[in-house]
Design a protein around this ligand. Structure first.
Ligand code: URA
Length: 243
């Protein structure tokens, strides 16, 4: 498929005059139900610029990708249902009409790279349960194969935040959703969080699991012949865990 050029856009608040706004490449915006792309703010674009840079070392890669993961978790949590909840404040006789989250959640990371997003989830949801799924390409068939899973036993009663930083073809993530579905998790209780997605990946997801919400920071131009996302950031797991 032909690569889609990502558009350029001026970044910054409306009150700032045009000549003071830098121009940057922002996410493409495929019109797909249940695809949620983070607002292309100057902060987010600066964080993405940092982790895409070939000259960014491991410590900075970890720090800045953690910040993007935090933004993704915060956005995903906004998609969960809340109930009205009124509290008494310490100020005499005054109440505040607010809300509280009504369900149980858990994280599921697709090993190894998805584990890089666990810290952000723990920072937002204290003592959250986190399961793991290991899917790898079978050497003989070159299809993704499930090697290992360890999931909360009551996962079917939870909202699941599925974590994998790069949505390339979607092969592993689609298999991970199959595993969750086989444990009884409703499709519309799954949110798939990733930092960078390809147009092919989000389309594959929409075709197979239209009710899974995909929350991403950026939809890139496409995939190269090795199924790396372009322009992308290279191998996320290598840059986070080893390089
Ligand atoms: N996984 C990565 O780490 N990078 C890509 O570009 C695609 C999949």
């Amino acid at each position: 498929s032909p690569l889609i050029r990502a558009p350029s856009q001026q970044l910054g608040p409306d009150y700032r005059p045009t000549e003071e706004k830098p121009t940057a490449t922002v996410s493409t915006a495929p019109k797909i139900n249940n695809l949620h792309i983070l607002n292309q703010t100057p902060q987010l674009i600066a964080l993405l610029t940092m982790i895409r840079d070939i000259n960014t070392g491991r410590a900075d890669f970890i720090f800045h990708s953690n910040r993007i993961s935090r933004l993704l978790v915060e956005e995903a949590l906004n998609h969960l249902p809340v109930l009205p909840h009124t509290v008494n404040t310490p100020v005499a006789g005054r109440t505040y009409a607010g809300v509280k989250f009504e369900g149980k959640i858990c994280g599921v990371s697709i090993m190894r790279a998805g584990e890089a997003m666990e810290q952000a989830l723990r920072e937002c949801c204290r003592s959250v349960r986190i399961g793991k799924i290991l899917i790898q390409r079978d050497e003989e068939t070159s299809k993704p194969r499930l090697f290992y899973d360890k999931l909360p036993e009551d996962i079917k009663d939870r909202w699941v935040l599925l974590l994998d930083p790069m949505l390339a073809t979607g092969g592993s993530a689609l298999m991970a959703v199959d595993v969750l579905r086989s444990k009884g998790v409703p499709e519309d209780h799954i949110l798939f969080l990733n930092l960078i997605a390809s147009p092919e990946g989000v389309q594959n997801f929409a075709d197979k699991f239209p009710k899974v919400r995909v929350v991403t920071a950026f939809v890139d131009e496409g995939l190269n012949d090795k199924n790396y996302i372009v322009p992308g950031l290279g191998d996320f797991g290598d840059r986070f865990f080893t390089l």
